[in-house]
Design a protein around this ligand. Structure first.
Ligand code: 4AD
Ligand code: MG
Length: 456
């Protein structure tokens, strides 16, 4: 054993560590998730000590390597006394290499354990701050770089990875072209009150709030496009649904109207939820989330106009003034009326962004849609049909008190071959919070940025 016992690992051993990151590692080095393929054989696992307990002649090390956690059992008579002694005092989160025989065991969580022959400490860990006892969220967020090692965070962030994969696959499989939008931009897409200004060599520009305007250019070039990237909002609101940096996936399609956009959003959500359920059921269950509620996410989603939504609110005992946008409370009430996402369309134009196309049937309304997730998760998608008429769009930009210069390129899209088009944006973190059944979006992103948090 290395470290204090003076049995320093030899050089060839570290060469093996390096070699094993190659495509064809030496046969005996494996991962926790793959031990089943080595039943009865002697293997080496490389990871971190997640926990330890002893019982007489037995010492149990819980070893985590990122692919899983496995129990590694040391039997005092079977290992050198120095190994048993040091392993018995090894602090939590020490990094280590364990060599031993894989043994099938029905009682073990993954179905296998390791009967240890050798333990080598790679890196020490003194007084790891996150212990199995309860910690407050602020304490954990301050140590987010370490908190990521816990099984709950593994589950959430693996679900996030699957959400992103499913989203991309959805559009990739349907002939959308991935078109990355810039992060630095002179134009505000979602209003001027939530912009983060950046000093760009003496010019004042902004961090993007949405890739949409660039996706509209993309749709006119490629027909169907999407972007996926970080977006920024200087949201002063300290709610469980708001981050200042969040990720959004935004499809945009030429020759699409609002009804087609709603069909796309509905099909997209159903497909993504089904794929994540298939890939990550174990993680969703580990979080204690009600899986049956997610299985109900099937077409068709209820579609209500803004006016119908106001009536539904009134029936539920809440008065809402025509013309005001819905806040978190209204969204929660509306979403709770259904067991699947609900689509609210045709909001008053005055409470929506400048680029929305007016409803030809009632010019006070915008051809837009919000998709609200059930169980109180609120808006996960915002989108709609875009204004495609040059003069109307110019007037809207003025009415919204926006400077025209940064939008000249955007207006070109209406000057040169304008067509009806539509799209939407889905916030990755809100989707993940809903699928995980967790209260706050802060745990759905590896390093959350919020009103009062920019570290670690
Ligand atoms: O409704 P929003 O503001 O729509 C847009 O940005 C459009 N330009 C998108 C488009 O049509 N291409 O934002 C879209 C989604 C919301 O429904 C929500 O899921 C998420 O982005 N979102 C946030 N997520 C976390 N924190 C915030 N502060 C968010 N603001 C919006
Ligand atoms: Mg919105």
């Amino acid at each position: 054993m290395g470290g204090s016992q003076g049995r320093a690992p030899n050089y060839s051993f570290f060469l093996d560590i390096l070699a094993s990151t190659r495509v064809n590692p030496p046969m005996n080095i494996t991962h926790v998730s793959e031990v089943g393929a080595h039943d009865g054989a002697v293997v080496t696992l490389r990871g971190w000590l997640a926990g330890r307990r002893s019982s007489g002649k037995l010492l149990f090390l819980q070893v985590r390597d990122g692919t899983g956690t496995i129990q590694c059992t040391l039997f005092r008579p079977s290992v050198p006394p120095a190994v048993f002694e040091e392993a018995g005092h090894l602090p939590q989160e020490s990094s280590l290499m364990v060599t031993g025989r894989v043994q099938a065991d029905d009682r073990a969580p993954g179905g296998y354990e390791i009967q240890v022959e050798e333990v080598i400490v790679v890196g020490p860990s003194e007084e790891y701050p996150i212990t199995p006892k309860e910690h407050g969220t602020a304490f954990l967020l301050d140590r987010r770089h370490l908190w990521l090692r816990s099984s709950r965070q593994h589950a959430i962030l693996r679900i996030r990875a699957s959400v992103v994969r499913a989203c991309r696959r959805y559009f990739d499989d349907r002939n959308f072209t991935l078109l990355d939008a810039p992060i630095f931009t002179p134009a505000s897409c979602e209003g001027t009150t939530t912009l983060f200004p950046v000093d760009y060599f003496g010019d004042r520009i902004f961090l993007t709030q949405s890739g949409q305007l660039y996706m509209e250019a993309g749709a006119m070039a490629f027909g169907k496009v999407y972007c996926l990237g970080p977006t920024f909002r200087a949201e002063k609101s300290k709610t469980r649904r708001h981050l200042t940096e969040f990720w959004m996936i935004e499809p945009e399609v030429a020759y699409l109207d609002l009804e087609g956009d709603m069909d796309l959003a509905e099909d997209f959500i159903v497909t993504v939820v089904a794929q994540v359920l298939e890939e990550r059921r174990a993680e969703i269950e580990l979080l204690g989330r009600d899986v049956a509620a997610l299985e109900k996410v099937q077409k068709p989603f209820p579609r209500l106009t803004y006016g119908e939504a106001i009536e539904a609110l009134r029936d539920a005992g809440r008065e809402h003034r025509w013309g005001d946008d819905f806040g978190g409370d209204e969204e929660t009430i509306l979403a709770d009326l259904h067991d699947r996402p609900v689509m609210i369309h045709r909001y008053p134009a005055a409470c929506k962004a400048f680029y929305m196309k007016a409803d030809p049937e009632d010019s006070r309304l915008a051809l837009c849609v919000d998709v609200l997730a059930p169980e109180g998760y609120g808006e996960i998608i915002g989108g709609g049909q875009r204004e495609d008429d040059l003069e109307i769009l110019q007037r809207k930009i003025q009415e919204h008190d926006l400077p025209t210069e940064p939008f000249e390129w955007y207006l070109d899209l209406r000057r040169y071959g304008t067509v009806p088009h539509a799209g939407f944006g889905m916030g990755i973190e809100r989707m993940v919070a809903w699928l995980c059944g967790i209260h706050h979006v802060r745990e759905t992103i590896p390093f959350p940025r919020m009103l009062e948090r920019t570290t670690p």
